[in-house]
Design a binder for this molecule. Structure first.
Ligand code: F6R
Length: 582
């Protein structure tokens, strides 16, 4: 999704902005641009496609001498991805970059057109620039205050003004934006990863707080009153933004799983009181999107075994259902980024009902981490690949630990301590995973089947495969396939059967046999030495830890399939890392 970086300091902004844009690439985008300002001149350079083509354009341009600039990666919402719609947008004296969506943009645009304003692009961003320009009479804070009263929706804005070539301004509401504080230099960004090569110090900006930045310092204010905000230190480091010798971030991030899992185990194993006690609650709701939702499906299986009443929804549906709450309800909100718009809306609905909310989240200081009653950080570090791997695994680990807290057992504890090593050994077996990938990468369709928790595992395995390899894939409850979808099984269709739950093992095997007799080629993923030729034997472990060995295996298979197909693994088409629109 869209990303913002802005800079003011001693350096020429070009290098800082380009390095920031490269660090924002992982979020998904289709065009990018920068604006530099000096001495009443604003220079804008934009390009469609990769940051590298913007870089070529910048390197072939006569750049103005400048110490201030703003830059943006755009993921199209209003208008096609072309240079005209790419940010920055300039109207009159005002140049801006914008993340978010202005819901009343067309109403405001029509009003401005009647007042004589001409628009070049189809974007809502140009409408904001026109409004600021209309209200600017020499005082930017005043113009911004008037503008934010008119606009409805979500926004993070970086703003330059021809008449104030020594100043950089920013304001946000709903969409994230922070102020980075360096050594006599300042940054604005929607993602700390964009500036981490320069500083790890940052200031959070509250809704509609305006920050005015000069080379000598900054002032944060709201409704005319100065606001003193603490400087925070980010735990992110440069290492998480580099490939460290791997071909792709996705494989690097899968290979980080054993260490990260071990860190979380060490943190909680003798400090279980640090985790929320679910015993206090009678009803658990789980919400999330995509993989976070599938992690939640695993959690539902755990907690139901522990005797809790659990319901789970994708966040975009949850908010439109007629949900019943009681004072014993806990809503568990799962999100890597903590900024997914649908999940934020579901969380805010729950908060408005005055029930407790628990964030299982990676990015500290994200909206979800800040607004939930409780938070548990999964501590995955920065996840760069668009397709989540390590964050999903750590979400499931936290859910497993919450379940262990409800129902402690020596058997679980012993197996938990063995998990990191077992996981490392499994991931090191790249040969067998490549072999399975060989059987899949030429196929058009792949089906995953499993029952109960194995079905939840299949959902994530199937999503991983389709999103990065573009092979059509579906996950089915093994017993449900015969009620219609089995008509899609042809000679040679690959069916991956996940079988780790012994209670329903024989049933799933029967379902696998049903598709084999219709020509399917089976791949078995489970704990037993079965007759099927294509298989991965997963080490046995406590059943509430089993997904933490099976899913990494499926992640590896998907990675090698996409690798063999030559796909753009870290940035699959049409996808964005952090989905900040509803
Ligand atoms: C899939 C994937 C997405 C995210 C989903 C939620 O690989 O990454 O399905 O899981 O968009 O994102 P977060 O967890 O940031 O709320």
């Amino acid at each position: 999704m869209c990303g913002i970086i802005g800079y003011i300091g001693k350096k020429h902004p070009k290098d800082v902005l380009l390095s920031g844009l490269k660090n924002l690439e992982y979020r998904g985008y289709d065009s990018a641009g920068i604006a530099l300002i000096n001495n009443k001149t604003t220079q804008i350079i934009k390009s469609v496609g990769k940051i590298s083509s913007l870089e070529d354009k910048i390197n072939n341009s006569d750049l103005i001498d400048s110490k201030i600039g703003i830059a943006h990666t755009r993921w199209a919402t209003h208008g096609v991805p072309d240079e005209i719609n790419a940010h920055p947008h300039k109207v009159g004296k005002i140049t801006i970059v914008h993340n978010g969506i202005i819901e009343n943009a067309s109403f405001l645009k029509n009003k401005l057109i009647k007042e004589g304003v001409c628009f070049n692009s189809e974007t809502d961003t140009e409408v904001i620039a026109a409004l600021i320009n209309k209200y600017y009479k020499g005082n930017m804070v005043d113009a911004l205050n008037k503008t934010i009263k008119d606009i409805k929706g979500s926004y993070a804005l970086g703003i330059l003004c021809d008449d104030e070539p020594d100043m950089l301004y920013a304001v946000r509401c709903e969409s994230p934006l922070i102020l980075g504080v360096g050594d006599n230099e300042y940054f604005i960004t929607s993602d700390i990863g964009a500036i981490i090569n320069y500083t790890n110090k940052y200031v959070l900006l509250g809704a509609n707080e305006i920050v005015s930045i000069s080379k000598n310092g900054y002032r944060v204010e709201k409704d005319g009153k100065e606001i003193n905000r603490d400087i925070n230190i980010s735990s992110l480091n440069n290492e998480s933004s580099s490939l460290m010798g791997y071909d792709h971030y996705m494989i690097k991030e899968i290979m980080e799983e054993p260490v990260l899992v071990n860190n979380i185990i060490k943190k909680y194993i003798n400090n279980m009181d640090k985790l929320v006690d679910l015993k206090k609650y009678k009803h658990i709701h789980i919400v999330g999107c995509g993989s976070a939702y599938y992690a939640g499906m695993i959690g539902k299986n755990f907690f139901e075994e522990d005797g809790l009443d659990v319901q789970i929804d994708v966040a975009s549906e949850y908010r439109y259902r007629n949900i019943k709450y009681s004072k014993n309800t806990l809503v568990i909100v799962i999100s890597q980024s903590g900024e997914t718009a649908d999940t934020i809306a579901a969380m805010r609905l729950a908060n408005s009902k005055k029930v407790d909310t628990l964030a299982i989240v990676n990015v500290d200081d994200s909206t979800i981490a800040r607004e939930c009653t409780y938070k548990i950080l999964i501590e995955a570090g920065r996840e760069v690949a668009v397709a989540t791997t390590k964050a999903y695994i750590l979400q499931v680990l936290i859910l497993s630990l919450l379940s262990y807290k409800l129902n402690p057992s020596e058997e679980y504890k012993k197996d938990l301590l063995e998990l990191p090593v077992k996981l490392k050994i499994l991931l090191d077996k790249t040969g067998i995973h490549k072999k399975m990938a060989d059987k899949i990468y030429r196929k058009k369709d792949v089906f995953f089947i499993g029952r109960k928790i194995d079905y939840a595992i299949c959902m994530e395995g199937s999503l991983k495969l389709k999103e990065i390899s573009y092979i059509h894939s579906e996950a089915y409850q093994a017993g449900e396939l015969k009620h219609g979808t089995i008509s899609l099984i042809n000679k040679g269709t690959v069916v991956v059967a996940v079988i780790t739950d012994n209670d329903i093992r024989d049933k799933t095997i029967s379902n696998l046999e049903e598709v084999i007799s219709r020509g399917a080629k089976p791949i078995y993923i489970g704990n037993e030495r079965v007759k099927y030729k294509s298989k991965i034997i997963i080490p046995k472990i406590h059943k509430k830890l089993q997904p933490l060995l099976v899913v990494p295996s499926l992640q590896l298979i998907s990675y090698f399939v996409a690798f063999k197909k030559g796909c753009n693994i870290d940035k699959p088409k049409n996808l964005a890392k952090s989905v900040t629109v509803e």
